[in-house]
Design a protein around this ligand. Sequence first.
Ligand SMILES: [Zn+2]
Length: 303
Amino acid sequence: MRLLSLMASLLCLLSLPARAELRVVATVPDLAALAQAVGGDKVSVQSLALPTQDPHFVDAKPNLVLQLNRADLLLSLGLELESGWLPVLQTGARNPKILRGGAGFLDCSQFVTLLEVSGAPTDRSQGDVHPRGNPHYLYDPRAALRVAKGIAARMAQLDPENAKAYEANLARFTQELEAARVGWEKRLAPLKGAPVVAFHKSLAYLADWTGFESVAYVEPKPGIPPNPAHVGRVLRTARARNARLVVQEEYYPTNTSRLVAAKVPVPLVTLPGGTDFRGGQSYVQRMDELVKRLEQGLQGKSP
Ligand SMILES: [Zn+2]
C-alpha cells in the first residue's frame, strides 16, 4: 500500500510540467556569462567553446549539435568569427528556431560600434579570419554592456512572462559593471599611449578602451602563424617604438611571443581566452583577472 502511494506521488511529480526555462546556448564563454547575468534563474546557459579554445577554430563535435537541438536562443559574436564551425552545427541541430533569421538566433555584433570594418570584403582564402570587421568586441566592457542589453531584450521577447526579471537583472548587472569599469580604468591608466606588441588582432577593442597602441602583431595576418621574416620585422618595430609589453591569449602558442618579449626585452602578458563560465566565473570577474594580469605586466612581472 505504502509502495503504491509512493509510486502515485512519483507519477504525480513526473506529470508536473517541466520548469519552463529559456535554454540559451552561446558560442563563446564571454557571451554565455553575459547571458547568465541578464537571464539569472529564468534561463539555463551553455557555451559551445571553452575559454581554452581558439574561438576561430572549434571542433564541431556531436555533443554541441545536441545542445543546439534543444536551444531556444543561440547567441553568436558574428562577423564570421564562428563561420568555420557554427553553420555546420546549426544545420545538424535540426532546430529551425536557431537558424540565422530565426527568432532564436541573435548576432550580437549588431549592438556594437565595430572596429576595423574595411569597405571591401577581405579575401578569406588569404587566411584573414576577420573579413567583416573585428569580432573581439567583448574585451571592451562598454561593448559588453550594449550586448547585455540586446540579449535582455531578446530574452524578454521570447519569454514575455519573465520580462520584468530580465529588466531587473540587466539593471543590477549594469550597476555592477559600471562600478567595476571605473576601478579598472584607474588601474590601467598607465597603459594610455603605451606601445604594445599583440599576438592576434583580438586586442583592438581593449586598446580602444584603455588607450594603448598596438604597434605590431606577432601574426602577419589574423589567423596566419608567424614566420621568421615577419618576426624579425616585429622585433625591429618593438625596439624602435619602445614597446612596453607583449600580450596574447593563453590559447595561442607562446613560443614566438616569448622569444620577442625576451629579445626586446619586455614582459609577456598572457590573458585568459575567455570567462571560465563552467567554473562559475562571471564576466566582471573575468575582466578583473584580465586587468590584474595587464597591471602585473606593467609592473614588469611576467606571469
Ligand atoms: Zn580574431
